[in-house]
Ligand binder design. Structure first.
Ligand code: FES
Ligand code: FES
Length: 157
């Protein structure tokens, strides 16, 4: 099959590859880059477990072809090593915000985008956090611990 050249920054490193035109970004990250923190659930844009950051915004990687993102700066959960990412990682651990962990990379991506959103009046506001976390489905935690972790990462306590 024809393969298409693509170039990215992934977690801060330059990556060049040749990909099949129909390869999703999710399959590229997991299968070819071995970044297994991004999970694939529904493959139809509903569950949010495949969410990554692309050029600073969240993106459903199951619905996106790798070729569509040529030139993008992509960050997966493995690259969440900035101060906001570190705060989230610590808070998720302290608040037991992950059980099976399937949703965790997507939750952290959405939370990270939320914490960086300057249009949010108060990042500790529970309703605002819950509204944003709607983008990712968690089948384990009942969400309470995740909301508490995001509030803590926002400096609530
Ligand atoms: S796997 Fe992408 S939204 Fe569910
Ligand atoms: S921790 Fe299992 S799906 Fe969220």
């Amino acid at each position: 099959m024809t393969r298409v050249p693509v170039h990215f920054r992934i977690n801060g490193a330059a990556v060049a590859a040749q990909v099949a035109p129909d390869l999703t970004l999710a399959d590229f990250l997991r299968g070819e880059q071995r970044l297994k923190g991004t999970h694939i659930g529904c493959e139809e844009g509903v569950c949010g477990s495949c969410t990554v950051m692309a050029d600073g915004e969240t993106l459903r990687s199951c619905l996106t072809l790798a070729t569509q993102m040529d030139g993008a700066d992509i960050t997966t959960v493995e690259g969440f090593d900035d101060p906001a990412g570190e705060r989230l990682r610590k808070a998720f651990s302290e608040y037991f915000a992950a059980q099976c962990g399937f949703c965790t990379a997507g939750m952290m991506a959405v939370a990270r985008e939320f914490l960086a959103d300057t249009s949010v009046a108060d990042h500790r506001d529970e309703a605002a956090i819950r509204s944003r976390l709607d983008a990712v489905v968690c089948r384990c935690t009942g969400y309470q611990a995740i909301v508490a972790a995001v509030r803590a990462a926002a400096g609530a306590e």
